[in-house]
Design a binder for this molecule. Sequence first.
Ligand code: PLP
Length: 479
Amino acid sequence: MVPSAVTVDMGPPTPESERDVMLGDLKEDSQPKSAVLHRSLKTTPLQVVSGNGKYLTFSNGHTILDTTCGAAVACIGYDNKRVKQAMVDQIDKFSYCNSMFFSHPVGEELAAELVRGTGGAMSKAYIMSSGSEAMEAAMKMARQYYMEVSPQQPKRINFIARESSYHGTTLGALSMSGHVARRGLFLDMLLPNISRVSACNAYRGMSAGQTVEQYVEQLADELDRKFQELGPETVCAFVAEPVVGATIGCVPAVPGYFKAMKKICDKYGALLILDEVMSGMGRCGSLHAWQQEDVVPDIQTMAKGLGGGYASISGMMINHRIADALESGTGIFSHGHTYQGHPVACAAALEVQRIIREENLVENVRNTGAYLENLLHAHLDSHPHVGNIRGRGLFWGIEFVADKETKEPFPPSANVANAVHLKGLNDLGISLYPGTGTKDGIVGDHVLLAPAYTSTSEEIEEIAMKSMSEELGQTQQET
Ligand code: PLP
């Protein structure tokens, strides 16, 4: 696919707090002023007019291979006929019902499918519309659990989250997030009962000569100290992404990390909440990312790959400990949304999940992911400005550095990740999801790759070749 040219005006460098640029920030000069409140009010983004498999076409005729599934969402492509039919079939039956009062067949089937996918480790699924909502629900569920099992424990109101994390944009989820730029304007409005410990980031966090075991011990000690500092009896849950997504770019935990963290949670009777909004539902090579960590969370969330972008849908699953406590307690989850368990969204997600299962797509993620990993390492390890390549399954991050020896990042004013993203989009016809470091010490420009689960070896080669092209290399050297 040879893309036609597109004119993009990068404008002046954006200030630090606005630098975590996401797809959609591009300006197309010919675009009329928009009535939509876009993320940027200064530029009007390109309009997508059609999606064909893994390709997206804009109104100016420019077509790109979507190597990131949007924001790691469109995992089975943009125009799957089975999913479309399942949604139409549902609308033919009924378009909406109030799922706070009623149930419906696709909701029941989806929840059963999700619970089965955990091998029975989880007990129940709660369906909502966005990742942020799922994280809000997880927080409230954790809090309610302690009120159910021990109404005398009203003190368990603290959450321990991690630096450089992202859990959503609503105030509760943002309070848990360690995303400095996105929190910036709202610091005075965030919940006070969230503390943070270091992220598990081998490239940035491990000191020279340190073994993985020593690093895990260091992080476990830090978590233990945080419990002690807060008072262990006041801590409700430890919250983490199994593979950190957008903030620092596809950073998996080192082996043994989650087991060690869970041990500390167990020691103090606190819950483990895993945010799989981005890394879950097959993205990392297992249906749930925690299935590679030898731990089972008490509560998990998921979203992007759940509905593959066909509908706005997210989920929270709770394990038997939590479900049993609620069942034998008040019997009511004190939460609810007008659009929870939306039948058309459930029909879409159910079909997406059936396709993933029937077509062995998680296995394909593992196989093509391993191929992508090899190609990236073979061709980029020696690049003077590629500091680190990390990821899992079909979820890969490439971190750029000014100096490979010292790991010194590029200055924020260079806008490296965005420049690479624009170059990919304009000259190579691929989307690379850019992310730029924050000021909290764990810095660095990166781009993220998250191809569709249906990718073939040939497409992986195309993605890898374009991601490694000399033109992109030059962008990093120029900046
Ligand atoms: N949690 C994680 C790990 C995410 O990556 C995101 C979004 O990128 C969210 C939560 C919030 O999801 P949403 O944007 O659907 O509200």
